[in-house]
Design a protein. Structure first.
Length: 146
């Protein structure tokens, strides 16, 4: 019989400004409450290593979820030229977004929504991304920061 763990907690890291994520940050959930345009730079997949993962959740000063309440841009940099694979699904009826060649960023506009969430995992070569957002048109994959 294996070990049973009780009272485990999510490893939360609150961010209010740009941050370069470390390889040692694997497994963390970043809650981003930006005071200005913010860039979250993930480690290169080869540096992070196979199995590295994190979650990024957007938050705003409103203190609750709602459409178009971010007020600041948040750009998530997944490293240049890594041929990322991913989907961003939306709850507002948008078709969502799919990563294509040269999509090295997720460019969340100031009209993104608190609670928009992105999960990242790497095989050491590229990132695999799953996003669940209110409005995919405000949180697209992009070739450059928004």
């Amino acid at each position: 019989m294996g070990r049973v763990f009780f009272n485990t907690k999510e490893n939360i890291h609150n961010l209010t400004a740009s941050y370069t994520v470390l390889a040692s940050d694997s497994g963390k959930t970043f809650i981003v409450l930006p005071a200005a345009t913010t860039e979250i730079t993930l480690p290169a997949p080869a540096t992070a290593g196979e199995g590295w993962n994190c979650t990024i959740i957007l938050q705003s000063d409103s203190g609750f979820g709602g459409d178009a309440l971010m007020d600041q841009k948040v750009n998530i940099d997944m490293s240049s030229g890594t041929a990322n694979v991913g989907l961003i699904l939306a709850v507002d009826g948008d078709a969502g977004d799919q990563a294509v060649e040269n999509d090295d960023f997720i460019a969340c506009s100031a009209n993104a929504s608190p609670g928009d969430r992105f999960e990242f995992v790497t095989d050491g070569t590229r990132y695999y991304v799953h996003g669940l957002v209110a409005d995919a048109s405000e949180t697209p994959f992009a070739a450059a920061a928004g």
